[in-house]
Design a protein around this ligand. Structure first.
Ligand code: SF4
Length: 403
C-alpha cells in the first residue's frame, strides 16, 4: 500500500508538470474518459507517464497476473474475393500461392495441437467464392468431435457476413446460430481495422462497414456468445480516428458485454499495396496499448499481440497496460506473409519468461480469458518465481525515471 501511494504521489507530481492532473485523478477515481480526454493523453509526449497510469489500471483489474494461452492458428484458405490494400495474405483462385485445406488436414492439425496441450484453435481465412456452407459447419463439427476438449475460436465478422450473404444466403443470425450449434465457441475480432469510413476506403475498399462489423458481434453476443475486438493501426489513420475506433468498441461493450478482450495490431506493410508506409514504431505500439487500457474501461483484458509487436516490445507492453501476451500460436501466416519478422510461434517457456521479466505472474488462460492453471509463483525451469533481475530492471527503467 505504501508503495502504491508513493507511486501515485510521483505520478501526481509528474501530472502537474504535464498539465494532466485532472485526467490522472479521473482515471484514479475510475471515471470514464471522454474523447477530448483521450486526445489529450494521446498528445502527451511522456510515454513513461502514460504507461505508468495504464499499468495502475491493469493492476487494479487483474493484479500482477498476465495470461497466455496454448493455441494453434489454422488458416483454411487464403482465396478471397476482396483485395484489401493492407493485406498480403489473399490470393485469387488458381493464383500461385493460393491454398485451401481439406477438413481432414485441419482436424489432424487440431489433434496434433491438442497432443501438445493446446486448448484453442484459432481459424480464419479469406472470403472464398466457392467453398460450400457445409464445409464451414463440417469443419467446426469435425474438430469438436475429434478433439472435444479443444475450444474453437473462428471466423471474423467479415467471413460471417460473406457466408450469410453470398454462400448460405441466410440471415446472419441464422448462420451464427448454425455455427454455434456445430460447436463454435467464439468469434475472432479480425476485420475491424479502423472503423472510420474514409480510412476503410483507403485500406480495405469493398469490405464491410464499421456498423456491419458491429452488427455481427452484437448478434453473436445476443446469443450469449463471446468474441474479441481488434484494431489495425499504424497506416493512414489519425489519432482521433483511433480514439473513435476505441470509443465505438466501448459503446458496443457497454451494450452487450460480450467482448473478452481488445487486441491492437500494428500494420505490417511489406508485400501489401501500402508497402510505401513505414511500419509504426515500438513507442507508438506502447502508447496505443496504454491508451487502449485507459479508454476501454469496460474491457477486462488488453492483449499485447507479440506477432505484431515482437517479443521485446510485447514484454514492455506488460508494463503499459496489457495483461495478456496471447499465445503459442505455432503457425501464424497472415502477418508473416506481410513481412513480420517475428517467429511463427512461441514456446510456453518463452511466454512465461517474458511475463516474469516484466515483473508479472504468468497464468494460463482459456479462450474466454478464464484462468485455467492455478495462479502459481513458479516458473517452468526451476520451480520458483525468479525472473532475471537484469531484465526486470531493464523493463521497468522507464517507470523508474518518473521522479
Ligand atoms: S483482409 Fe481478409 S477480406 Fe481483405 S483481402 Fe485479406 S483475406 Fe480478403
Amino acid at each position: 500500500m505504501e508503495n502504491n501511494e508513493r507511486d501515485y504521489r510521483r505520478l501526481f507530481d509528474r501530472s502537474i508538470r504535464l498539465g494532466l492532473t485532472d485526467l490522472l485523478e479521473k482515471v484514479n477515481e475510475g471515471q470514464r474518459l471522454n474523447f477530448k480526454d483521450a486526445l489529450r493523453l494521446y498528445q502527451c509526449e511522456d510515454l513513461n507517464f502514460l504507461g505508468a497510469v495504464a499499468d495502475r489500471v491493469a493492476r487494479k483489474k487483474n493484479g500482477e497476473r498476465v495470461s497466455y494461452i496454448l493455441n494453434r492458428y489454422l488458416n483454411y484458405s487464403n482465396i478471397c474475393i476482396l483485395s484489401c490494400q493492407f493485406c498480403a495474405f489473399y490470393r485469387r483462385e488458381n493464383q500461385p500461392g493460393s491454398f485451401t485445406e481439406s477438413i481432414e488436414q485441419l482436424v489432424n492439425e487440431a489433434e496434433e495441437a491438442a497432443v501438445k496441450g493446446a486448448t484453442e484453435v484459432h481459424c480464419v481465412g479469406g472470403l472464398h467464392p466457392k467453398l460450400p456452407y457445409s464445409y464451414y459447419l463440417e469443419l467446426v463439427r469435425a474438430i469438436k468431435q475429434r478433439v472435444p476438449q479443444m475450444m474453437m475460436k473462428a471466423f471474423t465478422a467479415v467471413e460471417i457476413r460473406h457466408l450469410a450473404k453470398r454462400i448460405a444466403k441466410k440471415p446472419i443470425v441464422e448462420v451464427l446460430h448454425d455455427l454455434a450449434s456445430a460447436g463454435l465457441d467464439a468469434l475472432t475480432g479480425g476485420g475491424a481495422e479502423i472503423f472510420d469510413a474514409e480510412v476503410r476506403r483507403q485500406i480495405c475498399l469493398g469490405k464491410e462497414s464499421a456498423e456491419e462489423w458491429m452488427e455481427v458481434h452484437r448478434l453473436w453476443h445476443n446469443l450469449g456468445k463471446k468474441s474479441t475486438a481488434t484494431m489495425l493501426f499504424g497506416h493512414v489513420e489519425t489519432f482521433p480516428q483511433r480514439i473513435d475506433h476505441l470509443f465505438r468498441l466501448r459503446d458496443l461493450q457497454e451494450e452487450t458485454g460480450g467482448f473478452c478482450a481488445f487486441i491492437p495490431f500494428a500494420f505490417e506493410p511489406a508485400n501489401t499495396k501500402l508497402s510505401h508506409i513505414r511500419k509504426t514504431s515500438g513507442v507508438d505500439f506502447l502508447k496505443t496499448i496504454a491508451l487502449s487500457r485507459l479508454c476501454l474501461d469496460n474491457f477486462d483484458h488488453i492483449t499485447a499481440y507479440w506477432i505484431s509487436s515482437g517479443m521485446a516490445i510485447g514484454e514492455l507492453a506488460l508494463n503499459f497496460g496489457a495483461d495478456d501476451l496471447h499465445g503459442t500460436i505455432e503457425k501464424e501466416k497472415i502477418f508473416h506473409m506481410a513481412g513480420a519478422n517475428t517467429p511463427p510461434g512461441q514456446t510456453v517457456d518463452a511466454l512465461k519468461k517474458a511475463i516474469e521479466n516484466a515483473g508479472k505472474i504468468p497464468v494460463r488462460r482459456d479462450t474466454y480469458y478464464r484462468i485455467i492453471e492455478p495462479i502459481s509463483l513458479r516458473n517452468s525451469e526451476n520451480g520458483s518465481f525468479n525472473p532475471s533481475k537484469d531484465k526486470v530492471k531493464n523493463n521497468q527503467e522507464i517507470l523508474r525515471k518518473i521522479p
